[in-house]
Design a protein around this ligand. Structure first.
Ligand code: IMP
Ligand code: MG
Length: 181
């Protein structure tokens, strides 16, 4: 694995400063929209863990956090549409205002599934906050209430995002350009 990863070419798409500025703005909007409400942030593992950590610390309203992990089986890098939950919620969301914190919205399959699932648990509301929206690639109807950045095609890594579990801890977000032989 190490040999392959060393040859991956990537360039910075969003610097740590840009990310930080945008996450602060999102936290400001959410803090304003959810004042005096019981909020739970539901972080989708693993990709959103760093985004969640920053967002949660910039929120100025009280809130709780919980984590879910979903697996989507199928060939290739695209979601197959067949999703299973490999880690569910620890706390009930009934009566709460839920904000799903997701790293990337791509086809929207994962997020649409999670929204529908959470809505069955009788929350007051369910909204989606995604760091990155690959809007043009959407297949399922899924509109985030809060979006960090809209991007086109390209595979992104860093700031929680991985390629084969690598690169999650890079502080900036990169787009993979090509894999050298
Ligand atoms: P969707 O179900 O097609 O919307 O896929 C969303 C999931 O695919 C995200 O939560 C990511 O885990 C993963 N994903 C999509 N694009 C990328 C990318 O560019 N880098 C890393 N992960 C990605
Ligand atoms: Mg993800």
């Amino acid at each position: 694995m190490r040999g392959v990863m060393e040859h991956i070419q990537k360039r910075i798409l969003f610097s740590r400063e840009e990310i930080d500025g945008r996450v602060r703005e999102l936290a400001h909007e959410i803090s304003r929209d959810y004042r005096d409400k019981d909020v739970i942030l539901v972080c989708v593992l693993k990709g959103a863990f760093i985004f969640l950590a920053d967002l949660a610390r910039y929120l100025t309203i009280p809130h709780t956090v919980d984590f879910v992990r979903l697996a989507s089986y199928g060939a290739g890098t695209e979601s197959s549409g067949v999703i299973t939950i490999t880690k569910g919620l620890d706390h009930p969301v009934e009566g709460m205002h839920v904000i799903i914190v997701e790293d990337i919205l791509d086809t929207g399959t994962t997020a649409a599934y999670l929204v529908e699932l959470l809505q069955k648990m009788n929350p007051r509301s369910v909204k989606l906050c995604c760091l990155i929206d690959k809007k043009a690639r959407r297949k399922m109807h899924c509109e985030p209430a809060y979006t960090g950045f809209v991007v086109g095609d390209g595979f992104l890594v860093g700031y929680g995002l991985d390629f084969n579990e690598q690169f999650r801890c890079l502080p900036d977000i990169y787009v993979i350009e090509e894999r050298m032989p």
